[in-house]
Design a protein around this ligand. Structure first.
Ligand SMILES: *Cc1c(COP(=O)(O)O)cnc(C)c1O
Length: 857
């Protein structure tokens, strides 16, 4: 029997408690722990059951409790106070970071991501990418950046992990009730749901839109699970990273094309878009289509405008992490669309191909994003370098160092990740502006002043809290698995609150090498049980549901955790999520990470540990390659950043190094106790890593960097290109076509330099070259000397470019150019000359793919 009608019943709310709902509906609670504490204190048990979701929690509070709260003056005062601080927070509008003038009243930046990790209460994330997006929004909010975000409301989220008694990962998919979560449906003036539609192979599908408040930022989530859709399309927003390739294509069409439509429907007029990973690259196509339709631009002019105002961040050096769709799969979805863009099918496919002429090549979302955006970046310095190599075929004529992919190193939102107890200590010694002040270098210097004893006691308390949490969780875990009484009892006794505690929590992808630590089990067991200096490990992490290799790693680890030698000092926690992660980042002594360089693009868990004074111990990959210091003053390295051909040999060498560093450095430093039982040398490292790394690996710094190198320039470019009915965009497109046709006949001859045989350090070399511009105006090109030290293979090991100036006309269209270079150190030095297109509105002269080098020889 089915009910005739279904209602959402909500409790009758005493008016005095109204502000509770305001606090519950803004995810500000996820980085203002006082708010979460206020909720928790009403009913700890229910709060835990509701998984820190304040909306669900309030709706489940018994009427009796609500009424008693309404009569509790102490509670009401605290509520008023917190509501006022939220109001105060929301009322600030002026951004404190450098930003184009007259921008910032309305959101001008649209941020796209397939996942967001804002709070455990909003389970629409799987891991690093989503958490990073969440931290990006939080910092954008703190810094008053005018940004709006687009994502998807997954009814079953990613998955919840549990293990069978023999350690095999199982997936659970609870169904989330959005009505009971901190989100509200977008409605029109009459209160009706706003629906957006996209076409899938001739079928029209609809999505409703959920609005989430993340501080000052609005996050808009698409949801196709509505009556208007056929069953297969309702599934589009069921699971994050679930389903087959075609499902992924549907999700990405929804996010990219649907996302642009949502912005329009809700009255947003963003000038630039930021694609967090290639998943959303269809957004660029949809923007082009709109400019063509609404403003009658040609494809070229619209594409110029869109690319000039788009930012793309790539996140993975693992090839499988980049979506590639076979042309046959693309065709039914995009053939019509290509026609609307005025593109032949092959030309359309070329937008997603590294080699446009290769008909067999699948359509790659990363390539599309690179082609549709002028500002591209990887997420650490090393990853920038790796990405330039990985995608150099998109710019076949360029030396790899000129491939236009830069780097903005990721950061973490400290107020969300620093433990409340530690945060109080920071407040006391650094002032409360460590939370919001973007000029955090000065603020973080004050970490030096924190009392050693206070810092250590706080840290020890956090370790105890972690162990408490582990025991409780382990108990529940075992209970679920049907464990016996004796086993359950054991759960209460695992781990030692005084012992050196090492954490390892991450996706169980094979390149992360979770089992590196197991390679010599005898040695490991000896380390664990060495009295009086015991060591213990806490592991957590999920493997992708289809990744059996990853699941095997978990099983191997869990098997060892269950042996008599290890069961008290090694535990595996199920269902790694933002909550498990927080406890671990806050309560471990050491955060261990063992990715196979250079496959970790950045990694952020180590940063979250670092802001809590937890010391990192990691291979030199991602951010740690930037942060680690050779004197180990901020933490330890595994190896020196070598890359190996033979991965088995690499694993062997690095596991040996891992044990050595543990035995010879980490354990002795931790247990070297002085007066008051304080490990002074360890505390020194804790303080130094907070002080020196805190302000750098912060998402405030990251968002500020994006504002400076990406958002600001892209907005200014947009403004220039759209002025006077898109005059400049049309002009630029025309100029580009012109350059494309004339470029091939450009010529360079007679490159000369003063006495190239005998050169002294610090003495200039004068270079001249004759250029035939073939009707191109001199101001349309940049003639450059490309110079630098040369390695033993005769290749540039570094390079510098120097602009050459026109130095007089010659006959028959030839013109002389002149410039000077200066070798700054002794050794082999070389130069050559090249020509690039140049236009004041062109953000990046490499984007045309045109270049002319002086002939060799
Ligand atoms: C930070 C975080 C991650 C990403 O950490 P990595 O260092 O990239 O492995 C994954 N999951 C959760 C829950 C996190 O908080």
């Amino acid at each position: 029997m089915q009910p005739l009608r279904v209602y959402s019943v909500v409790p009758k709310l005493p008016p005095k408690l109204k502000p509770l709902w305001e606090l519950a509906y803004n995810c500000w609670f996820s980085w203002n722990t006082e708010i979460a504490e206020l909720f928790a204190q009403v009913d700890q048990k229910l709060w835990r059951e509701c998984e820190s979701n304040p909306v669900g929690f309030l709706n489940r509070l018994p009427q009796r409790t609500l009424e008693s709260l309404a009569g509790d003056q102490f509670f009401l005062d605290r509520l008023t106070e917190l509501r006022k601080s939220l109001e105060h927070y929301l009322s600030k509008t002026a951004t404190s970071i450098p930003f184009p003038e007259n921008e910032g009243q309305e959101p001008v930046i649209a941020y796209f991501s397939l996942e967001y990790g804002v709070s455990k209460a909003l389970p629409i994330y799987s891991g690093g990418l989503g958490i990073l997006a969440g931290d990006h929004l939080k910092s954008a909010s703190d810094l008053c950046l005018p940004l709006v975000a687009i994502g998807i409301a997954y009814q079953q989220g990613y998955f919840r992990q549990y293990l069978t008694p023999d350690g095999w990962q199982q997936e659970r998919y609870p169904i989330y009730d959005f009505e009971q979560m901190p989100m509200t449906l977008a409605t029109d003036a009459e209160g009706k749901r706003v629906l957006v539609s996209v076409d899938l192979k001739g079928d029209r599908i609809f999505a409703q839109i959920w609005k989430v408040a993340v501080g000052r930022i609005k996050l808009l989530l698409l949801d196709t699970n509505i009556a208007e859709n056929q069953p297969q399309f309702k599934q589009i927003t069921t699971r994050l990273y679930g389903g087959n390739l075609e499902m992924r294509l549907w999700q990405e069409i929804l996010l990219g094309i649907g996302g642009i439509k949502v912005l329009d429907l809700l009255g947003y007029k963003p000038k630039v878009i930021h694609m967090n990973e290639g998943h959303s690259a269809f957004a660029g196509l949809e923007r082009i289509r709109r400019f063509m339709e609404d403003s009658k631009l040609t494809f070229e002019a619209a594409a110029e405008l869109v690319a000039s105002s788009s930012i793309f961040t790539t996140h993975t050096p693992v090839p499988a992490g980049n979506d590639r769709f076979p042309p046959d799969l693309m065709q039914p979805y995009f053939e019509d669309y290509a026609r609307k863009l005025g593109l032949a099918w092959k030309v359309f496919l070329a937008l997603g191909r590294e080699d446009p002429r290769n008909d067999a090549e699948p359509f790659c979302m990363t390539v599309l994003a690179l082609r549709l955006s002028r500002i591209n970046n990887g997420v650490s310095l090393l990853h920038g370098h790796v990405s330039r190599n990985m995608w150099k075929r998109v710019w076949p004529q360029y030396p790899v160092e000129d491939v236009p992919i830069g780097a903005v190193t990721n950061g973490v939102h400290a107020p969300s990740w620093v433990a409340p107890d530690m945060a109080l200590l920071f407040d006391r010694y650094m002032g409360s502006n460590w939370r919001e002040d973007p000029d955090c270098t000065r603020v973080f210097e004050q970490a030096e002043a924190i009392s050693d004893a206070e810092l250590w006691r706080t840290h020890e308390r956090l370790r105890e809290r972690l162990i408490d949490y582990v025991r409780r969780k382990l108990h529940d875990q075992l209970l679920q698995r049907g464990a016996k009484r004796k086993e359950l009892q054991m759960a209460e006794e695992v781990l030692d609150p005084q012992a050196l505690t090492i954490g390892f929590g991450r996706r169980f992808a094979t390149y992360k090498r979770a089992t590196l630590i197991l390679s010599d089990q005898e040695r490991l067991i000896k380390i664990l049980s060495e009295s009086p200096r015991p060591v213990q490990f806490i592991f957590a992490g999920k493997a992708h549901p289809h990744d059996n290799e990853g699941k095997k790693l978990i099983q191997q680890l869990v098997a060892l955790c269950g042996t008599p030698e290890c069961r008290y000092s090694m535990v595996f926690l199920e269902d790694y999520d933002m909550e498990v992660a927080s406890y671990m980042y806050q309560g471990c002594d050491v955060w261990m990470n063992t990715p196979r360089r250079p496959l970790e693009a950045c990694g952020t868990s180590g940063m979250k540990a670092m802001v809590n004074g937890v010391l990192n111990f990691s291979t030199l990959d991602g951010w740690w390659a930037e942060a680690w210091r050779p004197d180990n003053s901020l933490g330890w390295a595994i190896g020196l950043g070598e890359e190996y051909e033979d991965v088995q040999y690499q694993d062997f060498v690095e596991s040996q190094t891992l044990y050595n560093v543990l035995e010879n450095e980490i354990i002795p430093t931790f247990y070297d106790r002085g007066h008051g039982n304080l490990p002074r040398a360890w505390i020194r490292k804790m303080k130094d890593s907070i002080r020196y790394l805190g302000p750098v690996f912060s998402s405030h710094r990251m968002v500020e960097d994006y504002a400076k190198v990406a958002y600001g320039p892209a907005i200014e470019n947009y403004n220039r290109l759209v002025k006077k009915d898109f005059a400049a965009a049309k002009d630029l497109a025309q100029w580009r076509m012109d350059m494309m046709t004339k470029w091939s006949s450009l010529d360079i001859r007679n490159v000369h330099a003063t006495d190239p045989q005998q050169v002294f350090v610090g003495e200039p070399i004068v270079v001249t070259a004759e250029i035939n511009l073939n009707g191109i105006r001199p101001q349309d090109v940049r003639v450059e000397i490309y110079s630098g030290p040369v390695d033993f293979e005769g290749k540039f090991s570094q390079r510098e470019t120097t602009i050459m100036q026109p130095a007089g006309d010659m006959q028959e269209g030839w013109q002389q150019f002149r410039g000077e270079v200066m070798p700054v150190e002794a050794g082999r030095f070389g130069f050559t000359v090249r020509i690039l297109p140049h236009h004041p509105l062109l953000l990046d002269s490499h984007s045309l793919g045109l270049i002319r080098w002086a002939d060799q020889g």
